[in-house]
Design a protein around this ligand. Structure first.
Ligand code: SF4
Ligand code: SF4
Length: 439
């Protein structure tokens, strides 16, 4: 199994072992053992759901500090469209100018990258052989979720690079051409609303190596950027993305940009899972396109944003109406396809982390053991054993990660049984008797 980087990690000192996170993890990747949470790396898809629900802020997303841009002689900022929704009364041009004031030599809107991706998907959708519904590849957490939980849907994923990658490639090419510098001298930094994007830079899907050199969280850049925005004179030539590209920040933005008749846009990881289950069961065969985003409301609701997702969503909608960028010409689309790698170069492979054993006979035996143990558990899914459900607890016992006595109900049963045995034994001792105080 290939080892990949994870942005989401645990701050052990802050974890109180409250078990809040274990039930919300969509891939059952968290266990609480010895009073502390533990993330099973092979299962985690970096969706950030546990960051959202931990009351002690013990789950954190590791991103690059703003100072990391200094590693490169030339630096380009790639702002996620979600960044536009963070500032009250700030235009897109003001935000882009502010980024340049922070030390970036240039900015390239990821929303402009989204304009290109929209056109590439439209073309790809004309292929009658394409498996329907086509599933968006924009949210890396959803692509990972499909690899882990819905491997039979991998062929439905559109094999086109994300707006972030397209933006990075175009930004570097254009900057180098304009300034006569080498690509290795230029660092492209994504301003990210989520942990999953950070992971997709370090461990990309569908490509060998990401063209993005780092990710700075919106939370980290918010303060310094705000201070620049309030005192700058904006450069009104920076904004180039179309209104549709800007709207990719919100759930449904990608679908409306595609202009397809029969599409479905769903946000929030548990909602996405419900729809993927229906697609898996062939219940949505007439659907053309499915846009699933892990965060509530879309990227505006990412775990690394500053502003309330609902407020940001509304701002993005209003800013998109004022966006002055134009639609792409045929020449630009064809020219860009020749200039950069725009589709996946590697197959997306399943990640069968839920597999019990490589040997099918052993796997069957383990499955039988799981069923047997599960039948003896109370079925309350209380989480007090440290596993997310009674079934996962049974799996953990069979795989050697837990013991039956981690279940408080089983422990109580066992204690009662032992107490009864002691009473019975004591009655056999001449003249001796132990009294069960509960009687
Ligand atoms: S929610 Fe999870 S990580 Fe946070 S304190 Fe509780 S057990 Fe620890
Ligand atoms: S980031 Fe998502 S998949 Fe990973 S442990 Fe947290 S909730 Fe589970």
């Amino acid at each position: 199994m290939d080892k990949y980087y994870h942005s989401v990690t645990l701050d052990k000192d802050k974890c109180m072992g409250c078990t809040n996170c274990i039930k919300r993890c969509p891939t059952e990747a968290i266990r609480v053992r010895d009073g502390k949470a533990r993330i099973m790396a092979e299962r985690c898809i970096d969706c950030g759901e546990c960051i959202r629900v931990c009351p002690y802020h013990a789950k954190v997303a590791v991103t690059d500090p703003l100072t990391s841009i200094e590693k490169f002689p030339y630096k380009i900022a790639l702002p996620a469209p979600a960044l536009y929704g963070q500032f009250k009364n700030a235009s897109i041009n003001a935000i882009l100018t502010g980024l340049k004031k922070l030390g970036f030599d240039d900015v390239f809107e990821v929303a402009r990258g989204a304009d290109y991706v929209t056109e590439f998907i439209k073309e790809a959708m004309r292929d009658p052989e394409r498996k329907k519904p086509v599933i968006s590849s924009a949210c890396p957490a959803i692509v990972r979720l499909i690899q882990v939980r819905f491997p039979e849907l991998i062929d439905n994923i559109i094999n086109i690079e994300s707006p972030m990658e397209i933006a990075a490639r175009l930004a570097k090419k254009e900057f180098c051409q304009k300034n006569g510098v080498k690509e290795e001298e230029v660092g492209a930094f994504f301003i990210t609303p989520c942990a999953a994007k950070m992971t997709s830079i370090r461990s990309p899907i569908g490509i060998e190596r990401s063209c993005v050199d780092g990710a700075i969280s919106i939370l980290e850049i918010y303060g310094p950027l705000y201070n620049e925005i309030v005192r700058l004179e904006e450069d009104d030539s920076l904004q180039t993305a179309s209104p549709y590209g800007v709207l990719w920040a919100n759930s449904g933005g990608e679908s409306s940009a595609l202009g397809l008749d029969n599409h479905l846009a769903v946000d929030g990881i548990q909602n996405v899972i419900r729809v993927l289950e229906e697609i898996e069961d062939d219940k949505l065969t007439d659907l053309e396109f499915f846009e699933g985003l892990a965060c509530p409301g879309g990227c505006v609701g990412g775990p690394l944003v500053f502003e309330n997702g609902f407020v940001a969503k509304n701002r993005i909608r209003r800013l998109s109406e004022k966006a002055e960028g134009r639609h792409l010409s045929r020449e630009e689309i064809v020219g860009t396809k020749k200039k950069i790698q725009w589709s996946f170069e590697k197959e997306i492979l399943p990640k069968p982390v839920m597999k019990l054993d490589d040997d099918i006979t052993l796997a069957m035996k383990k499955m039988e053991a799981i069923e047997r143990i599960y039948d003896g558990l109370p079925g309350l899914d209380c989480g007090s054993c440290g596993s997310p459900s009674c079934r996962t607890h049974a799996e953990d016992i069979v795989l050697g990660y837990a013991s039956e006595m981690d279940c408080v109900f089983k422990l109580r049963e066992k204690v009662k049984e032992l107490a009864q045995q002691m009473i019975e034994l004591s009655e056999k001792i001449p003249g001796g008797k132990v009294t069960n105080k509960s009687e």
